[in-house]
Ligand binder design. Structure first.
Ligand code: ADP
Length: 656
């Protein structure tokens, strides 16, 4: 492009210079012709002067001696002027023809002067004077004739020179116009061509840049360009291709890393080693295009390194043969300088020799798995479909191998943890059993006390019945005996309920319906105690639960609320949906629970109702709700009331 610009400008300059030189040449020629014309005009002036002088002398000569005639000395003066004129004329440069004519006029002028001086000085003889006058006049006439001839020649020349000068002026004007027009059009063409030469590649570059910006990496322009642009566009195309290749490489790398991340992430959730084998071998097969992949691990029992199953591309019977004595395996590990072993197309070097051959192994890679510096085994990868194994493959799998060792460690820890958990559970159960025994001791005294009261009453009234004769009194005593017996039965029943392990009978239940049924059961005591009911049932889903056991829970809570509102009040029953559980809230406006007792209300046999309570209702309820994977929250304020919130998960099968 630079060369093109310089050449174009040089051509333009050359053209302009030629035009200018030609114009200058014509201008110089016109100038010289104009000089000649001026000279010719000056000559004409001189000739005119000469003619005028001669005519003046002639007229004086003809009128001399008359009343119109001038004095002689005026003629003399005019003759002198005439002499001056001819002297001036002959002083100029003329052609030989003109010089001859001027010389002739000069001679004639001399003769004229002489004739006139002879005429002026002659005084004798009128005839002679007249003859001399005639001679002078004749010479004067000849001078005039000659001068006219010269004027004719001069006019002719003047005409020729003028035409030539005009021609030159016209030519120079045409040349100038042509030069300017040519320069203009050529400059225009050059400018257009240069502009096209610059804008085309630039717009191509712009188009390609936009494509690349839009993500079309590797886009190359088909415009080949010339000169410097050719280089620029080629460099641009190279850049785009390199960019694309690098991008592909980065994407491939990223894909591998994300695959690696996905595999390692899955290790967190794996707790058994078989799943690790599977995840590693199938995960690597997704990362690298391979035919076989699996894990070789040390078998403590057999004291050798054995290939594990599941593995990618290998059947259990094929794997069964891959067993390497401990020493051999450690030798291979050491000979590889503890670096990944990459063997491409060199079956002779394959560690398993014949076995690798029988498995059709073309190229092989062993990535060592270490734990705390100790060799655990290796990841065995064979046959890369798209070529040889590379250091990059080894690097990626090296990272994975580190995670595999951590996953094995985790699996081992998890196994230990599981064992410990079982042991812990057993110990816990033993502890619970011990605590239960201790509690039974305490319970026994409580039960004895609880049952002793009604039994004492029953015994007392039985004695009375024996002695009574009046049937009315007997009936009254029997009623008391019956009431006390029922109380004893209630205590025993509730005790049984507490100690019995009744399995849950899980069904899909509507809590709103269950609550309504319970409220219907207590409608008479509610009315008797002057308690208003406020119900607010939310839009809740069906939940999984044992309807009878849950009914018992709600009945216990509501009975307690009724007992707390002996002077009347309001019982509110509300249900609502939480995030993933259902809330059943039962509020009363009763006497409330003192802060110091709030902690104890779920304890078995804790009651503030003396002989009217057993202290088992809430502890049984607590157990039931716990078996439903729910909880009971209690809020209470002395003198204002209490709120019992039962929280139940929608599904008892999901963790709560
Ligand atoms: P019981 O009702 O036989 O006493 P519970 O286990 O059902 O046994 O209740 C234990 C104790 O908790 C009650 O004696 C009472 O002191 C207290 N309690 C439970 N609910 C309420 C309530 N709504 N208002 C006040 N106190 C309550």
């Amino acid at each position: 492009m630079k060369k093109k610009i310089i050449l174009s400008l040089f051509f333009l300059f050359l053209l302009f210079t030629v035009g200018a030189i030609m114009t200058m040449f014509y201008i110089l020629r016109v100038t010289s012709r104009l000089d000649t014309l001026i000279t010719l005009h000056q000559v004409e002036i001189l000739r005119q002067d000469l003619v005028i002088n001669v005519q003046t002398v002639q007229s004086h000569l003809y009128t001399i001696g008359t009343s119109f005639g001038k004095e002689m000395d005026i003629i003399v003066e005019n003759v002198a002027t005439l002499d001056n004129a001819i002297q001036k004329c002959s002083g100029c440069h003329h052609s030989p023809e003109l010089t001859t004519k001027i010389n002739a006029i000069k001679d004639l002028t001399e003769q004229y002067k002489e004739a006139l001086s002879t005429f002026i000085t002659t005084t004798a003889g009128k005839e002679r004077v007249e003859r001399l006058q005639l001679v002078g006049a004749n010479i004067g006439n000849v001078i005039l004739e000659k001068t006219q001839e010269m004027a004719f020649i001069a006019n002719q020349k003047l005409n020729e020179r003028t035409i030539a000068a005009i021609k030159d002026v016209t030519s120079s004007r045409i040349i100038l116009i042509i030069t300017l027009l040519l320069c203009f059009f050529i400059a225009l063409t050059i400018a257009a061509s240069l502009t096209r030469g610059i804008t085309e590649p630039v717009s191509e570059l712009l188009k390609a840049t936009r494509k690349i910006k839009a993500g079309e990496l590797g886009y190359t322009t088909s415009y080949r360009g010339k000169d410097e642009f050719k280089e620029l566009l080629e460099a641009f195309n190279d850049m785009s291709i390199t960019l694309n290749e690098n991008n592909k490489r980065i994407m491939q790398h990223l894909n591998r890393l994300s695959g690696l991340y996905r595999i390692t992430l899955s290790f967190h959730a794996i707790t058994n080693v078989e799943d690790i084998y599977k995840e590693v071998s199938y995960g690597i097969a997704e990362l690298i295009d391979i035919e076989q992949c699996g894990v070789i691990l040390f078998d403590k029992g057999e004291e050798l390194f054995a290939h594990r199953f599941p593995a990618f591309g290998l059947q259990p019977e094929q794997i069964a043969h891959i067993k390497i004595p401990q020493d051999n395996f450690i030798d291979i590990y050491r000979s590889s300088n503890r670096r990944p072993l990459i063997l491409n197309d060199n079956t002779a070097l394959f560690p398993l020799g014949e076995l690798d051959k029988s498995l059709n192994v073309k190229n092989l890679m062993l990535i060592w798995i270490r734990q705390k510096g100790e060799l655990l085994g290796a990841i065995r990868v064979a046959n890369k479909k798209s070529g040889d194994f590379t250091e990059e493959d080894a690097r990626i799998l090296g990272i994975l191998a580190n995670n595999v060792s951590v996953a094995f460690e985790n699996a081992k820890l998890y196994e230990n943890l599981k064992k410990q958990m079982v042991e812990l559970k057993e110990t816990q159960e033993q502890l619970v059993q011990a605590a239960k025994l201790a509690a039974i001791g305490e319970l026994a005294s409580n039960i004895a006390h609880e049952i002793n009261n009604p039994l004492t009453s029953i015994l007392g009234y039985s004695e009375l019945v024996k002695e009574e004769t009046d049937i009315t009194n007997i009936m009254r005593d029997i009623e008391v005996i019956e009431k006390e017996s029922l109380r004893a039965r209630d205590i025993v029943q509730q005790l049984l309920e507490f100690s019995r392990k009744r399995p849950l009978e899980i069904k899909e239940i509507n809590i709103n319906d269950i609550l309504s049924e319970v409220l219907a059961l207590v409608s008479i005591p509610l009315k008797d105690s002057n308690i208003n009911i406020s119900k607010s049932y939310g839009d809740i889903p069906l939940i999984e639960g044992d309807p009878n056991q849950l009914k018992q829970v709600f009945l216990n809570i509501i009975n307690n609320a009724i007992f707390a509102m002996q002077g009347g009040g309001t019982l509110t029953a509300k249900t609502r949906m939480g995030r993933d559980s259902v809330y059943i809230e039962i509020c009363d406006t009763g006497k409330g629970i003192p802060k110091e007792l709030l902690q104890r209300i779920f304890e078995p046999f804790f009651t503030t109702k003396q002989e009217k309570g057993t202290g088992l209702g809430l502890s049984i309820s607590y157990k039931i709700i716990q078996s439903h994977k729910g909880r009971i929250d209690v809020e209470s304020e002395e003198g204002r009331g209490s709120k019992f919130a039962v929280v139940l998960p929608v599904s008892v099968r999901q963790p709560f």
